[in-house]
Design a protein around this ligand. Structure first.
Ligand code: DO4
Ligand code: MG
Length: 290
């Protein structure tokens, strides 16, 4: 089952059929046993064409009032990349320690109003010289602390700012449009297995700059372990999103450029595409669909 949030309401996709739900996002996604609840909501069938038009023309990020959090250094590839970027500042050891420690790295990523969806822009910072997207399997955890669904996340990051000093992490990670999730919230009938593939492509002026994939089974920690740490000292009245860390990092000589297109896919969920811009660029008139 998939939930798409649109300006005209929530579209539920179930076995290639589409239903329109006129309900509040936060209420719907926090129903206990979400799959069973959605099975009772199959009255407002809409045509394939109408649903696809709505999804095409009025899709929003699948988020209401949820905070977005992120986990870091959950894959070996991420640990090694951070060590390289922090080598000059002497901070490389931090990443070894957090990779091995019981306590995971968890950080606040975004308020909902800063989060972008599929086909929307994400930003790179003007004061950063080294920027990358981070494709991450992203959990939706309901208010009771259960993982109720999955989406695709992009944890946009400045490697130059984090590499200069790890205490700059909030500036490297948290700024306007530094997070995107989408295109939908996927509510599978079984927990996605370790073979679940996550892939990313970066295209610049029609040229493929990066193309790689991995599987979520390479993660050092379990999803539930991350959730338990996050929920242990917080209440989330609307639930929360949690990006679970990246395993795909472009080579060190790569940095994102204005108008790059980032496409992230995860088995079962689909593909999320974002264009890279600077803050203010969109307001100058470049709002064309990507
Ligand atoms: O330690 C910094 C953040 C790491 C991160 O975002 C990731 O591993 O995905
Ligand atoms: Mg990340």
């Amino acid at each position: 089952m998939k939930l798409f949030k649109t300006t005209k309401g929530i579209i539920l996709q179930m076995q290639e059929k589409f239903y329109l739900l006129n309900e509040d996002w936060d209420q719907v996604v926090n129903h206990e046993d979400l799959r069973s609840y959605l099975n009772t909501q199959l009255n407002n069938l809409i045509s394939d064409a109408d649903a696809r038009n709505l999804i095409e023309s009025s899709l929003l990020a699948p988020i209401g009032n949820q905070e977005v959090w992120a986990a870091g250094v959950t894959y070996l590839r991420s640990r090694d990349a951070r060590k390289e970027e922090a080598a000059a500042s002497g901070g490389a050891d931090l990443y070894d320690k957090v990779y091995e420690a019981d306590r995971p790295e968890l950080f606040f990523k975004s308020l909902p109003h800063r989060v972008q969806g599929h086909n929307q822009d994400v930003h790179i910072r003007r004061d950063s010289t080294w920027n990358v997207p981070e494709p991450e399997c992203t959990l939706f955890i309901n208010t009771s602390g259960e993982i109720a669904g999955y989406t695709i996340g992009n944890d946009m990051s400045s490697r130059s700012i984090e590499g200069e000093n790890a205490l700059y992490l909030p500036q490297a990670k948290v700024y306007e449009k530094s997070a995107s999730i989408g295109p939908c919230l996927w509510i599978p009938d079984a927990v996605p297995g370790p073979e679940t593939e996550i892939s990313m492509r970066i295209v610049r002026d029609g040229k493929l700059m990066y193309d790689d994939k991995t599987s979520i089974g390479r993660m050092k920690r379990s999803f539930m372990e991350l959730v338990e740490y996050l929920y242990s000292e917080f209440d989330f009245p609307y639930g929360a999103y949690l990006m679970t860390g990246t395993c795909l990092v472009p080579a060190n000589d790569f940095t994102l450029a204005q108008n790059d297109i980032v496409e992230i896919s995860i088995d079962g969920i689909g593909m999320m595409r974002n264009r890279v811009t600077f803050k203010g660029q969109q307001a100058e008139g470049s709002r064309q669909q990507i």
